[in-house]
Design a protein around this ligand. Structure first.
Ligand code: CP
Length: 303
């Protein structure tokens, strides 16, 4: 049984197959507002221990467009509040027919632990674990890039913002490496960077003005206050002044550059509202692509 716990579980050929399939599902199902019955009768359960708008509900729509039953139990209303363990709750959902779980948790490797614990009894998809991995976000980001850019090998990708706390950055950097991208710039103040993430293809740049020059893709990240002490979080105004993605700064990138943001966006903190609404912004396209990519992932894992 396959699980999807990290983008590093996938090779280039599999990622390309998922990109191709997601594009077909986007055009033939998502954009047509239709439904397939591939997973008719199957049960998918979402266990989200952290808040989510995009991931939880795009997985929900994806599973429903494939014909599955979907459960979205609010964790605070489950019997975990009466002392049931996570594993006992998961076994209970398996006994009710769940074949696939999507799990989001603040603790790193929770999805991995669950996959190891339940063995062959159900499939697990990691919907985000702490600062570690968010593989379907990386896949939908790669799909969005592939829709606008011909070759990953030739791209300059600039990632700006709170990189150290970002499972999105970790997953996307690995995904870009797997797809052959050689030029990734990590733009952040030293306290929001992780030296372990830099190598010969991912270079650090503390100046946003220098880092954005000639970029093909600009990925903007919010400050993840929920993962830091209040005293460590940068002042929003100060951060915007030094690292905010403004139209003037975006103009340093190639005129054809696209802007990605995994969301949620904090306008006026990491990104200027004028950039959010500019023709270069693919932020809502990412959200739509997320439904198609999650359909492709579920289909592939359940095949
Ligand atoms: N990108 C992302 O994971 O967004 P949500 O937290 O809204 O799911």
């Amino acid at each position: 049984m396959k699980h999807l716990l990290s983008i590093n579980d996938l090779n280039r050929e599999t990622i390309q197959q998922l990109l191709d399939r997601a594009q077909v599902l986007l055009e033939q199902v998502v954009q047509q507002n239709t439904q397939l019955n591939t997973l008719s009768g199957q049960v998918i359960t979402h266990l989200f221990f952290e808040p989510s708008t995009r991931t939880q509900y795009s997985f929900t729509i994806a599973a429903q467009r494939l014909g599955a039953f979907v459960l979205n139990p609010p964790i605070n209303l489950t019997s975990m509040t009466k002392g049931e363990s996570l594993l006992d709750m998961v076994r209970t959902f398996i006994a009710m027919g769940t074949q696939l779980f999507v799990v989001r948790h603040r603790e790193e490797k929770t999805a991995q632990w669950l996959a190891d614990s339940i063995q062959q009894h159900a499939i697990v998809i990691n919907g985000g674990d702490g600062c570690h991995q968010h593989p379907t976000q990386a896949l939908l980001d790669l799909l969005t890039i592939a829709q606008y850019k011909k070759q990953f090998e030739a791209l300059n990708v600039a990632i700006v913002g709170d990189i150290v706390h970002s499972r999105v950055a970790r997953s996307l950097i690995s995904g870009l490496h797997i797809m052959g991208c050689q030029d990734i710039r990590l733009i952040a103040p030293p306290e929001l960077l992780d030296a372990k993430m830099t190598d010969k293809t991912a270079q650090v740049e503390h100046s946003i003005e220098k880092g954005l020059v000639d970029a093909d893709v600009v990925v903007c990240l919010r400050i993840q206050r929920e993962r830091m002490a209040d005293t460590d979080a940068p002042e929003p105004d100060q951060f915007f002044k030094q690292y905010g993605l403004t139209p003037e700064r975006l103009a340093l990138a190639k005129p054809t550059a696209i802007v990605l943001h995994p969301g949620p966006i904090n306008q006026g903190v990491e990104i200027d509202p004028a950039v959010v609404d500019s023709p270069q912004s693919m932020i809502l396209q990412q959200v739509t692509n997320g439904v198609a990519m999650r359909m492709a992932v579920i289909e592939w894992l359940c095949a």
